[in-house]
Design a protein around this ligand. Structure first.
Ligand code: AMP
Ligand code: FE
Ligand code: FE
Ligand code: ZN
Length: 278
């Protein structure tokens, strides 16, 4: 039944392709299905679903929620969510509001560091979707302060960097329950970014999230080493979680990662999506 990509971004968050362009590209790549999993927003899902219906590509309505987690990055993916769910909509609105208050504060910090960009510069980079740090980085590059986005992250915007400003996030438990309230399955995204100290701690963390309703874990991901992939697959089996996979495609915003194949070697069989539907 072919291959799928269960982790993608569009212009609704920080990807560079519109939802329609993303679907068209997935068809060109020969994929059978994609999940659109924009950061903290469902704004792209309607357009992606329509494009999917028009092209015959299966589109899973998804999301990627950034959860509160001190010592690393925890992203909870949601699959098969209902974007019209009132609780989901009102809680995502809180996250949008948190971004709106954070962005000007980042620009103030940058100005103190001698980097002068305006919110209009950033809006232009975002193409009208939700604003994130990648758009701020792109605006800085465009103004000539840096040669590439990675430099800007490393020197200014990385977590706890000189121009970093934290924003409100839901706890892991609340992120999971929000996805479940909206009828979705919650999945621990790219577990390597948790930077958990060792496999014993990781096991405990996954057990804890499972107890809170976690149903899946992202096993296949471009940046996972073979050892990490094996570890996460083992945890999927141990805790009866669906193993999933995806490229985290962002288009030009993350140019080395291609849809469906990541750095070239990624393959996610349709079977994994099929299991989650059962
Ligand atoms: P935000 O949602 O505003 O907190 O921005 C987070 C996004 O920034 C992530 O989803 C990534 O797409 C991007 N990002 C995080 N770290 C880096 C990095 N070092 N280089 C490039 N992009 C990054
Ligand atoms: Fe992103
Ligand atoms: Fe992520
Ligand atoms: Zn992602």
């Amino acid at each position: 039944m072919g291959y799928v990509d269960l982790h993608t971004h569009s212009t609704a968050s920080d990807g560079s392709l519109t939802p329609t362009e993303l679907v068209t590209y997935a068809v060109a790549k020969g994929l059978t299905a994609i999940a659109l999993t924009d950061h903290d927003t469902t704004e792209g899902l309607e357009e992606a679903t329509i494009a999917g219906n028009n092209t015959g590509l299966e589109v899973v309505p998804g999301i990627e929620i950034s959860a509160q987690y001190e010592t690393g990055t925890m992203h909870i993916l949601g699959y098969f969510i209902d974007p019209g769910n009132p609780a989901l909509r009102s809680n995502l609105a809180r996250l949008q509001e948190a971004r709106r208050t954070r962005n000007p504060r980042i620009l103030e910090k940058l100005a103190q560091l001698g980097v002068h960009i305006t919110i209009e510069d950033v809006e232009e980079a975002s193409g009208g979707g939700q604003i994130g740090r990648p758009h701020i980085a792109q605006a800085i590059v465009k103004k000539g302060y840096a040669n590439d986005v990675n430099y800007v992250f490393d020197h200014y915007l990385t977590k706890n960097g000189p121009a970093y400003v934290d924003k409100f996030r839901f706890s892991p438990e609340d992120s999971i329950s929000l996805i479940k309230t909206a009828g979705g399955r919650a999945c621990l995204g790219h577990p390597f970014t948790l930077f958990v100290k060792d496999n014993v701690m990781l096991d405990q963390m996954v057990a804890g999230l499972k107890a809170k309703g976690l149903e899946a874990i992202e096993v296949y991901y471009p940046d996972h080493t073979p050892e990490q992939t094996a570890t996460f697959l083992h945890l999927a089996k141990k805790y009866d979680l669906f193993p999933t996979g995806g490229s985290d495609f962002h288009g030009r915003a993350k140019p080395r990662v291609d849809l469906g194949i990541g750095y070239g070697a990624l393959r996610v069989p349709y079977e994994l999506l099929d299991h989650m539907k059962s």
